[in-house]
Design a protein around this ligand. Structure first.
Ligand code: FES
Length: 178
């Protein structure tokens, strides 16, 4: 059954109106679908996008599964993504990842804690290399992150409501430095 409300469909139509073809609106439409479906894209969500954009479902699945920012499985209330590329690795990302794995009792392969609060994942470059190591939680960046700061952040997030990441328009995610 469709989860898209009339308002969601109107949002998709508005997005489509900005592009020369419906297909060109695929990436932002998937962002909308991910938001509607609670932070991930089950097959039904991809199917709904395909129908709305009049595209083969296989085309939509191909795009959604290619990009890591589209989640193919449900995630925890807070998705913690730690960059493990070169700059971050040199400045301690691996130790930070291992610290979080120990602290949360999950693997940074996208596992979610038993209470459903945190999903932990190592990701490719977040584009904040000059302030490595970088961590993204929802739409917020944290930079120059130490293990102590990570502990404080985890404590704070435990009681914080989840953040649904909406489609980026032109702006980068909010940048925050410790
Ligand atoms: S290498 Fe980590 S943000 Fe670029």
């Amino acid at each position: 059954m469709s989860k898209f409300t009339e308002k969601d469909k109107a949002r998709l139509d508005e997005l489509i109106s900005r592009y020369p073809t419906k297909k060109a609106a695929l990436l932002p439409s998937l962002w909308v679908a991910q938001e509607v479906y609670g932070g991930w894209l089950p097959l039904e969500a991809m199917d709904e996008v395909a129908q709305h954009l009049e595209l083969p479902t296989a085309d939509v699945q191909g795009v959604a599964t290619f990009y890591t920012m589209y989640n193919k499985e449900p995630r925890g209330q807070h998705a913690i993504e730690i960059c493990h590329n070169v700059s971050c690795m040199v400045l301690g990302a691996e130790q930070l990842i291992q610290h979080c794995e120990r602290k949360l009792g999950v693997s940074a392969t996208g596992e979610t804690t038993a209470d459903g609060v945190f999903t932990l994942a190592r990701v490719e470059c977040l584009g904040a290399c000059c302030n490595a190591p970088a961590v993204q939680v929802g739409g917020t960046y944290y930079e120059n992150v130490t293990a102590e700061q990570m502990d404080a952040l985890l404590e704070k997030l435990k009681s914080a409501p989840s953040e649904v990441v909406t489609p980026p328009q032109s702006a980068m995610p909010e940048m925050r430095k410790f």
